[in-house]
Design a protein around this ligand. Structure first.
Ligand code: BTN
Length: 274
């Protein structure tokens, strides 16, 4: 189980994590944080669970959330003023978590657009951002993060065997979940402060260092089932992925640059491109 004593002792006295909920089991930490937000919970509230019974992933998928091994957390942000750069929060969260994990473990972490956390092409974790209005009509964002920490290869279900990994698998040793959580929360706080004070400019520079999608031949799987093949060219001013459609894509008549705001990205190897 997650140790609340250990977490309380490690938590720096800052705004993020000042209100901290820790559960052995929740349906979903994002769902709980959204409920609290509707009751006007404070910005910086953090929700953690040892396991989730219906963890949610991006694009309406489920998130495998067994107990005693991984990190499932959500951070509520309620920006005081209308922010122009809401679209950058998912990227900010990806960068913050990648920085925290890399610093703590020394292992190279990559980001797949927008914020999948990868090690050597396998999925280590992901971020799910839910934005909505609370009763006071303030915009709220819940940043949900799931990180595979101590799960072993044989504990993944068969459908994740080929694509998922964990820090334990990569480091060949178990890791201290509480210490990682504190590092992640502190990094989210720093990066959020930076985005609020300086806007997305410096985040974009940092994001480019982590995002391995740019420059790759990719396939985009859209939520409506359609697909696009092309070259991931750059990141646009709202955090969107700019893609040059490949001339061989039968769904694409023109080579005009496309702006991708949502979708699953597949990094294609040369042999998959035909
Ligand atoms: C993804 O699909 O890559 C995003 C996964 C996000 C999972 C986390 S686990 C904690 C939080 N609560 C949820 O229900 N989902 C997010």
């Amino acid at each position: 189980m997650l140790s609340s004593k250990k977490l309380a002792a490690l938590l720096p006295l800052k705004k993020i994590g000042e209100t901290l909920y820790i559960f052995d089991e929740l349906v979903s930490t994002n769902a709980f944080a959204m409920e609290r937000a509707k009751d006007q919970a404070l910005s910086g509230t953090v929700v953690l669970a040892d396991r989730q019974t219906a963890g949610r992933g991006r694009l309406d998928r489920s998130w495998f959330s067994p107990g005693k091994s991984n990190i499932y957390g959500s951070l509520l942000l309620v920006p005081e003023t209308t922010i122009q750069y809401l679209g950058w929060i998912p990227h900010m969260a990806g960068v913050a978590i990648a920085q925290a994990l890399e610093q703590q473990t020394g292992i190279r972490i990559d980001l797949k657009w927008p914020n999948d956390l990868l090690i050597g092409g396998r999925k280590l974790g992901g971020v799910l951002c839910d934005s909505f209005r609370n009763a006071g009509h303030q915009t709220c964002v819940v940043i949900g993060f799931g990180i595979n920490v101590n799960i072993t290869q044989s504990e993944f279900p068969s459908e994740l065997q080929a694509s998922a990994t964990s820090l334990h698998i990569q480091c060949h040793c178990p890791l201290d979940r509480e210490a990682l959580i504190i590092k992640v929360i502190s990094s989210l706080e720093e990066n959020w402060e930076n985005l609020r004070s300086n806007g997305p400019q410096s985040l974009l520079v940092e994001y480019r260092n982590w995002c391995v999608t740019i420059g790759q031949t990719i396939q985009v799987q859209f939520p409506d089932g359609s697909q696009l093949k092309g070259l991931a060219h750059s990141i646009g001013e709202h955090g969107q992925l700019k893609v040059i459609p490949s001339p061989s894509d039968p769904n694409e008549q023109s080579a005009r640059m496309r702006d991708i705001h949502s979708g699953e990205i597949l990094h294609l190897r040369t042999t998959d491109q035909q």
